[in-house]
Write a protein that binds this ligand. Structure first.
Ligand code: 6PG
Length: 216
């Protein structure tokens, strides 16, 4: 469960630098933290034509819904690029179960080169919530999940085995509200109460600011 901890002054920049070095298949996350990293990544590398973009999770909403992670990625990254990657979106408008089944099929044979994940204050990552069935999934690459935090809409999430195969899993965690969760994820014994303590890539890097790292 080894994680390389990097405490930096400018976490979005550190995450953006990893994103622009990535080749192949990249999975993005949503939430309030990664937008600035996406904007920087777009500025640093306007040509994403050789990349495939996936989503670590999304809400089961249409793509233009303000809660959509695809929409966040569009506004902060995709719309700013000169050349587009191939975007593999979660079809939230179909409902979580159907969208998950379709994403599972689309992911067949795909190994992620980089997954950028966040951590919720409750210790969730992607939409793998504390104690949730997604923690035990070993076959399917994407499953429907129930939200435990706002926005309380059904989700679709990639599963632990997909992240486990990822060449590099990057956690981007900022702010003092995440300090306790970061400790549970990266310093304490792994636990089902803290999915981010169990979800690891082949290599895992955690990028934190000093506030999020205060309890490590
Ligand atoms: C989502 C995410 C989720 C997120 C964490 C942290 O769609 O909600 O992918 O796992 O990374 O909840 O989100 P914040 O950056 O908003 O704290």
């Amino acid at each position: 469960m080894n994680v390389e901890i990097r405490v930096v002054d400018d976490p979005p920049r550190a995450a953006a630098e990893l994103l622009v070095e990535a080749a192949g298949h990249v999975a993005l996350s949503g939430g309030s933290t990664p937008g600035v990293a996406y904007e920087l990544a777009a500025a640093l590398r306007p040509d994403w034509s050789r990349l495939h973009v996936w989503f670590g999770d999304d809400r089961a909403v249409p793509p233009d819904d303000e809660r959509s992670n695809l929409r966040l990625a569009r506004e902060t990254l995709l719309d700013r690029l000169d050349t587009q990657p191939e975007v593999h979106r979660i079809e939230g408008e179909l409902g979580a179960e159907k969208a998950a089944a379709r994403y599972d099929e689309e992911l067949a044979g795909v190994t992620l080169d980089l997954a950028l994940n966040g951590i919720g204050p409750d210790g969730h990552t992607a939409s793998i919530f504390p104690g949730a069935p997604a923690l035990d999934e070993r076959q399917r690459r994407a499953v429907a999940a129930e939200a435990r935090l706002e926005p309380l809409v059904p989700r679709v999430t990639l599963t632990p085995p997909v992240f486990a195969e990822a060449r590099l899993l990057v956690y981007l965690v900022t702010g003092e509200a995440k300090a306790a969760a970061a400790r549970r994820a990266f310093a304490d014994e792994p636990s089902r109460d803290t999915p981010a303590s169990l979800v690891r890539g082949r290599e895992t890097v955690a990028i934190l600011d000093a506030a999020a790292a205060a309890l490590l």
